[in-house]
Write a protein that binds this ligand. Structure first.
Ligand code: SAM
Ligand code: FES
Length: 353
C-alpha cells in the first residue's frame, strides 16, 4: 500500500484495483495525509484561500433526492435575494477582505440570464479585482457564454457521480448524467475555471463509483474539486440514510491532492458539520480553500441542504475570525488573494460559442 501512495506522490499512475484498495483501507491514512500536505505546501505553500459564499436563492425546480431545498420539499422555506441585497453582501465581504464571491443557488427561473448577467457585471464593475464564481446549476452553453461575457470567472457544478446507474438512483427521471457532463465540458471550453465534484457516502455509492469519479475528474481536468460528506435531510427521500464518513472524505481529499497537485480543493462546511474540527482536518489532508458564508443571517437557515448545518447564526465577520483562528491552529495562513488556479491565464477571456 505504501508503494501505491509513493507512486501517486511521484505523479505516476495507479490501476483501478490499486485505487480501490487505497480508498477502502484506513491503515495508511497518516502517511497519505503527510504526503498530500507535502504536495500542497510545494504547490501553494501554507496559504488557504477564502471565498465568500452568497446563497442567492432557495427556490429550485429540480428534485434531487438528497437535497433539502428540492422542489418537492413542501416544508422548505423559500427566499430569493434581490440584486441589491447580493451587492450589499459583496460590499460587506469586500470590506472584510474577500476577493472572491461565490453566488450559489437552486435552479431558480426567476434568476433569468439577463438578471444574472447584469448582477455579474455590477459586481465586476464595482470590484474589478475580485473573482466571481457562479454555482447555479445546469444551463445551456449560450447561457454560460453570456455569464462569461458578463465577467464571471469560475463555475462550480459537481458532477455528483460519474456512474449512470448511481446517478439515476440519486436523481429523478429527466435528470441526466450526460447532460451534466456536457455542461462541465461547455464550461471548460468557455474558459471558466471549472469545479466538479461529488458527495462522499451518498446513498448506494460504492468504491467502484468513487474510482469512476476520480477517472472522470482525470478526463475533465477541473481547476476545482468540491467533495464533502452526504448529510441526510428529513424533507427528502433519503431522510433515513446514514451520513457519509468523515474519515473516507479525508482520505479522498488526500488522494485528490496527490493526483491533482494544483487543484483548488475546499474543506467544506459539510465536513465541519459532521465533526467540529472537520475543516481543519480537511486542510491537513490536502485541502486549501474555505468558503465562509456571506449570506444575510436572516436567510441562512433557509438554505438548508442538509441537517444541522454550521455557521447559520454568525455574522460574516465572526465567521471569518473563527475561521482565521482555525486555519492558524491547523498550521496554515488565511490568504485574501483571489487564489486563481496555478495554470490559469487571466488574460484569456475569449468567449467561443
Ligand atoms: N443548484 C446548483 C447545483 O445543482 O449545482 C448549486 C446548489 S446545490 C445545493 C450544491 C451542492 O450541494 C450539490 O452539488 C450537492 O453535491 C450538495 N448537496 C446537496 N444536498 C446535500 C446533502 N444532503 N448533503 C451534502 N451535500 C449536499
Ligand atoms: Fe436544486 Fe438541490 S435540488 S439545489
Amino acid at each position: 500500500m505504501t508503494d501505491i501512495i509513493d507512486r501517486l506522490f511521484y505523479g505516476r499512475s495507479v490501476s483501478d484495483d490499486e485505487l480501490s484498495l487505497l480508498i477502502s483501507c484506513d491503515e495508511n491514512d497518516s502517511l497519505l495525509f503527510e504526503k498530500a500536505d507535502a504536495v500542497r505546501r510545494k504547490v501553494y505553500g501554507n496559504e488557504v484561500f477564502i471565498r465568500g459564499l452568497i446563497e442567492i436563492s432557495s427556490y429550485c425546480r429540480n428534485n434531487c433526492f438528497y437535497c433539502g431545498i428540492r422542489a418537492g420539499n413542501r416544508d422548505a422555506e423559500r427566499y430569493r435575494l434581490t440584486p441589491d441585497e447580493i451587492l450589499s453582501c459583496c460590499r460587506k465581504g469586500h470590506e472584510l477582505g474577500f476577493r472572491t464571491f461565490v453566488l450559489q443557488g437552486g435552479e431558480d427561473d426567476a434568476f433569468n440570464d439577463d438578471i444574472i448577467c447584469s448582477l455579474v457585471s455590477r459586481i465586476k464593475s464595482e470590484f474589478p479585482e475580485c473573482a466571481v464564481t457562479l454555482s447555479l446549476g445546469e444551463k445551456s452553453r449560450e447561457s454560460y457564454a453570456a455569464y462569461r461575457k458578463a465577467g464571471a470567472d469560475r463555475y462550480l457544478l459537481r458532477h455528483e457521480t460519474a456512474d449512470e446507474d448511481h446517478y439515476r438512483k440519486l436523481h429523478p427521471a429527466g435528470m441526466d448524467l450526460n447532460k451534466r457532463k456536457k455542461c462541465l465540458y461547455d464550461l471548460k471550453s468557455l474558459g471558466f475555471q471549472t469545479g466538479a465534484g461529488f458527495m462522499v457516502g451518498s446513498p448506494f455509492q460504492t468504491t467502484e463509483n468513487l474510482v469512476a469519479d476520480i477517472r472522470f475528474l482525470e478526463e475533465l481536468k477541473p481547476e476545482m474539486i468540491g467533495i464533502g460528506p452526504f448529510i441526510h435531510h428529513s424533507g427528502t427521500p433519503f431522510a433515513d440514510r446514514p451520513d457519509g464518513s468523515v474519515s473516507l472524505t479525508l482520505r479522498l481529499l488526500a488522494i485528490l491532492r496527490l493526483m491533482f497537485p494544483e487543484v483548488l480543493l475546499p474543506a467544506t462546511t459539510a465536513l465541519g458539520t459532521l465533526l467540529p474540527d472537520g475543516r481543519e482536518r480537511g486542510l491537513k489532508a490536502g485541502a486549501n480553500v474555505v468558503m465562509p458564508n456571506l449570506s444575510p443571517v436572516s436567510v441562512r437557515k433557509k438554505y438548508s441542504l442538509y441537517e444541522n448545518k454550521i455557521c447559520t447564526g454568525e455574522e460574516a465577520a465572526e465567521c471569518l475570525n473563527c475561521l482565521k483562528n482555525r486555519i492558524r491552529s491547523a498550521g496554515y495562513e488565511m490568504s485574501f488573494s483571489r487564489g486563481d488556479h496555478k495554470n490559469y491565464n487571466r488574460g484569456a477571456t475569449d468567449v467561443k460559442i
